[in-house]
Every structure is written in structure tokens, then in C-alpha cells.
Design a protein around this ligand. Structure first.
Ligand SMILES: Cc1cc2nc3c(=O)[nH]c(=O)nc-3n(C[C@H](O)[C@H](O)[C@H](O)COP(=O)(O)OP(=O)(O)OC[C@H]3O[C@@H](n4cnc5c(N)ncnc54)[C@H](O)[C@@H]3O)c2cc1C
Length: 133
């Protein structure tokens, strides 16, 4: 749909093919008995300056804007999100395991794609972060 919008903006012909009776995919809100249900997306991350006005134009005035204040509770302390960039306050041994694992993962030549989410985390962030976050 984004590609179609961009083509439309550039005056290029396009055809949008959708197997369901309505567009939107997972990112839809349905209504039932006066209640609205977001199938998936309930948070829109509008850091991209080009997307922001476009998305706000689509959704009108019916939104609440918040600044994310996320923290992660680990080993008795709250540390800032994302964990891989913030090990402040954690016990030094845990922080060291996270950092060294992260560096090791970064320099490892993974021979195959991850088979599941845990493997993805270990390949991407290392064993320390995967075990302690
Ligand atoms: C539980 C959950 C929570 C999420 N929360 C957020 C959130 O808070 N914020 C956020 O930004 N993102 C969130 N996401 C991610 C977001 O929902 C997806 O990134 C987004 O919907 C992907 O869009 P898409 O167009 O790539 O795919 P989809 O939304 O899956 O759309 C694919 C479309 O293609 C159609 N289609 C499939 N096969 C065919 C076919 N053969 N012929 C024709 N049409 C076909 C489908 O019917 C569907 O309409 C969440 C996802 C999940 C699962």
C-alpha cells in the first residue's frame, strides 16, 4: 500500500491486489458493538520525518502522542531501553557479560540464518544480553 501511494504521488499507474475484502493487512482496526480493536499496531513509531505528516493525515485527530519512556528490570535495577545500548546500573559482572557477548556476536561469522527467535537474539545481541534481559 505504501508503494502504491508513492506511485500515485509520482503519477505512475499501479494495481493493488488484495485477497481479502478490505485493505490494511494486520494493521487494521475493526469495530464490533461500538468497540474498536487494533489487530496488531497500536503504536506508530513516527521518527521518519517524511512518514510522520503522511500518517498523521491518514489518522486524523483520533490519536494520543506519547514519548516512550521504557526501562528494563534486571538484577534488581531498572536500566534504560534498549538493553543492548544501556547496561547502566547493572552489576559489573553482568554488564561485562553483556558487552563481551555483544562484541563476540558482532564479530562471529554466522554460517546460517537463525532457526528461531532465541537464536536470532543470540546471534544479534550475544549470550549475555540474551540470558540477562
Ligand atoms: C502482535 C503484533 C503487534 C504489533 N504491533 C505493532 C505496533 O504496535 N506498531 C507497529 O508499527 N507495528 C506493529 N506490528 C507489526 C505490523 O503489524 C506489521 O509490521 C505490518 O502489519 C506489516 O505490514 P505488511 O503490509 O508488510 O503485511 P501485512 O499487514 O501482513 O499485510 C499483507 C497483506 O497482503 C494480503 N495478502 C497476503 N497474501 C496475498 C495474496 N496471495 N494475494 C493477495 N493479497 C495477499 C493480506 O491479506 C494482507 O492484507 C505488530 C505485529 C504483531 C503480529
Amino acid at each position: 500500500m505504501s508503494a502504491a501511494l508513492e506511485l500515485q504521488r509520482q503519477g505512475v499507474d499501479y494495481r493493488l491486489i488484495e485477497r481479502l475484502a478490505h485493505p490494511g493487512g494486520h494493521a487494521i482496526t475493526t469495530e464490533d458493538s461500538g468497540f474498536r480493536f487494533d489487530r496488531t499496531g497500536h503504536l506508530l513509531h513516527l521518527r521518519n520525518d517524511a512518514m510522520r505528516p503522511r500518517v498523521l493525515e491518514w489518522i486524523g485527530d483520533d490519536y494520543v502522542e506519547v514519548q516512550r519512556r521504557s526501562v528494563i528490570f534486571s538484577h534488581g535495577v531498572y536500566t534504560r531501553y534498549p538493553f543492548q545500548a544501556n547496561t547502566f546500573g547493572l552489576p559489573p559482572k553482568i554488564a561485562a557479560e553483556c558487552l563481551l557477548g555483544f562484541i563476540q556476536a558482532h564479530h562471529t561469522d554466522h554460517q546460517r540464518p537463525p532457526a528461531n527467535f532465541e537464536e536470532f537474539c543470540r546471534m544479534q545481541f550475544g549470550d549475555g544480553i540474551s540470558d540477562h534481559h
